[in-house]
Design a protein around this ligand. Structure first.
Ligand code: ZN
Length: 449
């Protein structure tokens, strides 16, 4: 068709940190993904049913789908003139301009070998393991396995069905609604009933066995290769206590359950998905480095997954909070107090170049460790300023108000000021909008709340 006409092409960039991803002309309400995967040959066949609502009057919409080949598109709710799939964009042109508010039902058949999606911070998405699959989509990898509106603020519910060889276990987001063996293949159907950003959707395929964790306020399951059984049991021995600690500090766990996948492969970094996290075999130790990551990924269920930054420039709302959760767990586990962790990391940060702005790190620096640590220090400075009672009230209120939604830094600042009953613009400006690292407020002068 004649050129890509979408929100992107017309200049209303969905997110400047993800050029070419997402379309603000519509929002997806529900994805139903029906996938068949053949590990031999790394071949994926998919059928995606999307229910979506137009946000504006528009003659076209664009979905993101990378490398895979679209074989058929069916649309109800509007007349489809034609579709084209080029350069990772599936564009639908309607016969006429369709009014805002129109609900469309779209079915897309596609197939091929999934390829990770390149971006400013590297490649992300569906990837083969030595024997299985990992999907690590943060921040731009979702189009590697399903057609989507790839912007973090477009949250939808999901049903994900995967059929693959019975030798493999499949873990996806949410609750396992059904598992049905059919000849040599097994179909796994998962339901995610809470709104989810596309980058948080996942499928993990491997020769895993499942260990149930007891004592947590929600079901927690560890999926791992049998050979790692004892290492996993030891490394994740505190998982239930971590969930309980964070429930106490942040409020109810936002999803029906928590799945932890431990791959047979070594992974450079672990990653959060909605209601799930993925670790490598190398993370199965009792070292603080492994334990802090186990706490970090869990805390993303509240900060990042339930409450999601609308724009990637606000990534500190995920990573600063998750880093602070590490320090909170450090104190709960008797390793070092949160204040000691903050002082230690403040000292380390002070020795590094101070040339990043927390709320605008730039697309290639959004996962810079300084954003994580200074984001966490921002929260600690806020806590010292307003006292413990007010600080934790802010955190719990933040999750309760925005659970299932999208947020901005300005909203966090406004909530903090409202809860504290005073202006905090000086503090937020110094920590979030200026380069020089501020000193931490003196804890001894502050109310203990
Ligand atoms: Zn993180």
């Amino acid at each position: 068709m004649g050129g890509r006409v979408s929100a992107n092409a017309t200049g209303t960039q969905a997110d400047p940190y993800m050029p070419g991803h997402g379309d603000t002309a519509y929002g997806v309400d529900h994805y139903e993904l029906d996938l068949t995967y053949k590990a031999a040959g790394n071949h994926l066949t998919g059928r995606a049913h999307l229910t979506l609502t137009l946000a504006v009057d528009t003659p076209t919409i664009t979905l993101d789908l990378h490398a895979l080949k679209v074989t058929r598109v069916d649309l109800t709710g509007a007349n489809l003139r034609r579709w084209a799939h080029r350069a990772s964009h599936l564009t639908l042109r309607f016969a006429d301009t369709v009014p805002a508010g129109t609900v469309l039902s779209l079915t897309i058949a596609y197939a091929g070998t999934p390829r990770t999606v390149p971006g400013p911070d590297g490649r992300a998405g569906w990837e083969e393991l030595a024997d299985g699959v990992i999907v690590a989509s943060q921040p731009h990898g979702a189009p590697s396995w399903f057609p989507c509106n790839d912007r973090a603020a477009d949250k939808a519910t999901y049903a994900i069905s995967v059929t693959t060889d019975t030798a493999y276990a499949v873990v996806a987001n949410g609750t396992l609604a059904e598992r049905r063996k059919d000849g040599r293949a097994t179909r796994w159907i998962y339901a995610m009933d809470e709104p989810m950003a596309p980058y948080l959707a996942t499928v993990q395929i491997g020769r895993y066995e499942t260990t149930e964790v007891s004592g947590a306020p929600v079901p927690v399951r560890l999926h791992h290769p049998p050979r790692l059984r004892s290492a996993v049991a030891e490394a994740f021995a505190d998982q239930a206590q971590m969930v309980s600690t964070f429930v106490e500090l942040f409020g109810p766990y936002p999803f029906a359950e928590y799945a932890v996948v431990i791959t047979d492969d070594v992974l450079e970094i672990p990653l959060e998905s909605q209601a799930a996290s993925t670790f490598g075999s190398n993370h199965c130790t009792r070292s603080w480095e492994a334990q802090r990551l186990i706490a970090h990924e869990l805390s993303h269920q509240w900060f990042g997954n339930a409450v999601t930054a609308a724009q990637w420039s606000d990534i500190w709302l995920h990573e600063g909070f998750a880093c602070y959760a590490e320090w909170l767990w450090s104190e709960a586990a008797g390793i070092a107090t949160t204040g000691e962790q903050a002082a230690r990391h403040h000292e380390k940060l002070a020795a590094l170049p101070q040339d990043v702005i927390v709320i605008s790190p730039g697309a290639s620096e959004m996962f810079d460790d300084r954003i994580y640590k200074r984001g966490a220090l921002t929260l600690h400075a806020l806590r010292l300023e307003v006292g413990d009672t007010t600080f934790f009230a802010i955190l719990r209120d933040w999750v309760a108000r925005h659970n299932g939604g999208s947020v901005t830094t300005a909203e966090f600042e406004a909530l903090s000021e409202r809860t504290a009953g005073r202006r905090l613009s000086g503090l937020f400006h110094a920590w979030l909008r200026a380069e020089p690292l501020p000193a931490l407020p003196d804890a001894r002068r502050q109310p203990t709340g």
